[in-house]
Design a protein around this ligand. Structure first.
Ligand SMILES: NC(=O)c1ccc[n+]([C@@H]2O[C@H](COP(=O)([O-])OP(=O)(O)OC[C@H]3O[C@@H](n4cnc5c(N)ncnc54)[C@H](OP(=O)(O)O)[C@@H]3O)[C@@H](O)[C@H]2O)c1
Length: 205
């Protein structure tokens, strides 16, 4: 699979670090362009490299590490996302109150999925604070847990395998209206750093 991380801030940087650590190739893109990423990605070269955002969209798996409010701008880069897996690592947060955005009860990833027409949208990598996501996931007591939800079982499995290869222990929670609601911001599974002491998917990379 080919991977792109959209966003080079706290979460994009944490994921870039994990891809480099696990020697899985990925490109990173942001609003400002590849020249802005030279220093930040130097330590992760050549596994992780900078790309123009339009080129990053060629990846099979596109990880959204942008503010929730910027998702629409990324989605507009293509008319048709058929064949792509879009991993939604965003949290829908109202600022400055830091409360969940009022989306009328719909899962935040449904809002994302409506904008990426044709894509298989999987929610993952959104539940850990960025510093924890960047930390070594293979702990002496087990592997750090990543939750995965989405409406397409095959896409869920592919993202779970990615999480495993990055050193995490994924738990697939079901569809966006099931697990997605649990793991989205304001749900019971956000911001908990859980360690799976006996990861059944614990493939060492
Ligand atoms: N921080 C956390 O602990 C944490 C934890 C879990 C989930 N999240 C979620 O993860 C997402 C990213 O959070 P963050 O803390 O990493 O944010 P951040 O540090 O502010 O970084 C945001 C990144 O998104 C990029 N970006 C913004 N608009 C864009 C656009 N239209 N096209 C391409 N790139 C764009 C920015 O590009 P430029 O650098 O060019 O401006 C920047 O690199 C948010 O949805 C957040 O809720 C954050």
């Amino acid at each position: 699979m080919s991977y792109a991380i959209i966003g080079s801030g706290a979460i994009g940087g944490a994921l870039a670090k994990q891809f480099a650590r696990s020697k899985i190739k990925a490109v990173v893109a942001n609003r400002r362009g590849p020249a802005s990423l030279g220093d930040a990605l130097q330590a992760f070269a050549p596994t992780v490299s900078a790309a123009e955002i339009t080129d990053a969209m060629d990846a099979e798996v596109i990880i959204l590490a942008v503010p929730f409010g910027a998702v629409g701008e990324v989605a507009k880069l293509r008319n048709d996302w058929t064949g792509k897996i879009v991993v939604d690592a965003t949290n829908a947060i109202e600022f400055p109150s830091f409360k969940p955005l009022d989306l009328g009860g719909q899962p935040s990833s449904h809002v994302v999925a409506k904008q990426f027409k044709g894509a298989k949208v999987v929610k993952a990598f959104n539940t850990l604070p960025a510093a924890v996501l960047a930390d070594e996931p293979r702990r002496s007591e087990g592997h750090r847990t990543i939750f995965v939800s989405g409406g397409n079982a095959d896409a869920n499995e592919k993202v779970a395998l990615l999480a495993t290869l990055l050193g995490f222990s994924p738990i697939i929670l079901g569809r966006l209206e099931e697990g997605g609601l649990l793991q989205q911001f304001g749900g019971p599974l956000t911001m908990h750093s859980l360690i799976h002491s006996n990861p059944i998917n614990g493939i060492e990379s």
